[in-house]
Design a protein around this ligand. Sequence first.
Ligand SMILES: *Cc1c(COP(=O)(O)O)cnc(C)c1O
Length: 461
Amino acid sequence: MTVAMRLIPSIDRLLAEATRRGLSYPREEVLAALREAAQACRRLLCAEHEVEDPSEWILNLAQSLLDLLFEPSLCRVINATGVILHTNLGRAILAPEVINAVSKSAAAYSNLELDLTTGERGSRHAHVDKLLCRLTGAEAALVVNNCAAAVLLVLDELARGREVLVSRGELIEIGGAFRLPDVVRASGARLVEVGTTNKTRVSDYEAALGSSSSLLLKSHRSNFHMRGFTEEVDVATLARLGARFGLPVAMDLGSGLLLDLKPYGIDGEPTVQDMVAQGAGIVCFSGDKLLGGPQAGVIVGRRELVARCRKNPLMRALRIDKLTLAGLEATLRLYLSPDTVVSRIPTLRMLTSTDVVLRNRAQELQQRLTVAVGPAARVVVESGTSQMGGGTMADCALATFGVAVTPFRIPIHVWEARLRRMRPAVVCRLWRDALWLDVRTLQAQDSVHLEEAFRKVVQSG
Ligand SMILES: *Cc1c(COP(=O)(O)O)cnc(C)c1O
């Protein structure tokens, strides 16, 4: 054993060899990697494994460790899943104008909290609140880190130590451990459940009202649907009840749709404007769902309620950062031009892609991939369904076109894994014994990368 151990060169000699080979990483990191690799080699030799050339083995391992350390972990993914707001893939991608605004805000100082007219301290919210009010019809607006933070802040300010009434049919869970009863508890408010799972009437709310009631909370069932013997109370009715008892209605809307999608044949998702018009005192929504902007939480509503939230001590912990704010502002500004907003915002563009466009793109992709895989697989255009994803529009299946690739000799999960490990990574679905690539969520240039990726997949045997 000791003889074997003596085969491991000293770290100095390994370092010299690494330098000779032109390993171009910072010296301290190279040393750390060599030590770790030498240690791994020592363990193998102690366990009486054969290592043919320990020096070579250590240098190779150190190289891999260093490559891994210096390679960006967050990397580009080609989304061929057809899920437009894939939470695991980062939800909304941004419009070019928005990317430009984010990068400008990153590269230079800005008037983030300085009023350039008066020279006095300003508010970061000032950059978006006029826009938000204009677009939603609300009196005031506030932005935080995400919608979960918005709901927490609203509950903390308007219901801490008091009762908040929620229908049993709306005690929702959104992915990533956002469960409404837990959020209510975390805010220090007391949850009063109203009605039953499938039916809640206005009389149920009325019966549950007491001297300690502070807020009527409604949440949008954004990631599931209830059908059959059901009844719920709409915001307008709830607002009228609240007005009689001096209680505000808060709506946890989630998605933040600002544009009526009915002309595009997409129905059933409420808009923020509609909630405000119906009399919700507060509406909370996400920046990176149907709004199509960066991750953010928006609170719009009545002036005095929003003003209270703004002064809440949690505000500092939940505040939006300047890059996000720049992105949100630029996104909202696109909504000022209703004629072009759908074509500018990628989320809306993908959502409203027409059959003809999707079919053409699928045919173009099929041709490219057929050439790339040659006789190794069958490549056909197929129709299928895309989803909104991101916990929005659970009931909405969008007819789409895609390309199904079936390798002849290699199991599809092997190809799926190879595609996932490429850079850019390719993420697709396994469907009906094929790799299914939905063209709806592909971006310009993606088909060129896909062709190259499939070529490599075939080459690797
Ligand atoms: C998505 C969603 C949330 C959470 O929003 P994030 O921006 O992801 O924090 C909260 N409530 C509803 C109804 C949602 O759909």
